[in-house]
Design a protein around this ligand. Structure first.
Ligand code: PRP
Length: 207
């Protein structure tokens, strides 16, 4: 499984803001928005292009568009904080939604919403979720996608735990991961260490 860690200094600075417990909710959301732009930019680096002939005010030339814009799938709640920025960078993208809440005792994802196109054959998909912790939520989400025919999935996560990456790899799904950091480990409560806490709670408040 390919894992791309985006090591850019600007990405590290935004991630540091998100990690810092003193960062308030508005500043956390702003840093996540900016980091998302950088992660999506890197995730799309190899995207195939279609050529088109255009006129500039001066001459005819060849321009480029995405040949096959991806489906964007934010995982609610926390992934909502990545959705608008990804959509701004890829305005032609369609968006689907998956709602999952992780049970705090069992750490298993409980689904509460799925809104996805029925047929995803031949369509690249970007799954947006700030956290890959145990990997249970990502495996669940990608299985929903592959059940609909997806074969080209990129998980875009601000942070990943080694345990979650191992779980994703063992699930043998057609996925690559783009992240700003692979952290040290999970703690006994299933939180990434050092991590940033709970990305949903830090954006929207605890429920
Ligand atoms: C968090 C996070 C991921 C998931 C990661 O969401 O945003 O979706 O947990 O954990 P996992 O890899 O162990 O499955 P949470 O369930 O806290 O919901 P929220 O986004 O509504 O806060």
């Amino acid at each position: 499984m390919d894992v791309l860690v985006v090591e850019h200094p600007l990405a590290k600075a935004r991630l540091t803001t998100m990690r810092d417990a003193r960062t308030d909710s508005a500043a956390f959301r702003a840093a996540l928005h900016e980091l998302t732009v950088m992660l999506i930019y890197e995730a799309m680096r190899e995207a195939p292009l279609a050529e088109e002939r255009i006129h500039t005010p001066v001459a005819r030339t060849t321009g480029f568009r995405l040949a096959n814009p991806p489906l964007l799938v934010p995982v609610l709640r926390a992934g909502l904080g990545m959705a608008d920025q990804a959509h701004k960078l890829i305005p032609d993208a369609q968006m689907g939604f998956v709602g999952l809440a992780r049970d705090e005792e069992t750490l298993q994802p409980t689904p509460y919403m799925v809104s996805l196109p029925e047929d995803l054959a031949g369509r690249p998909v970007l799954v947006l979720d700030p956290m890959l912790a145990t990997g249970g939520s990502m495996v669940h989400t990608i299985t929903l996608l592959t059940d609909r025919g997806a074969t080209d999935v990129t998980a875009v996560c601000t942070l990943a735990a080694p345990e979650g990456l191992r779980t994703l790899e063992a699930a043998n799904l057609p996925v690559r991961v783009v992240t700003a950091s692979v952290d040290e480990r999970l703690n006994d409560s299933g939180f990434i260490v050092p991590g940033l806490g709970d990305a949903g709670d830090r954006q929207y408040g605890a429920v």
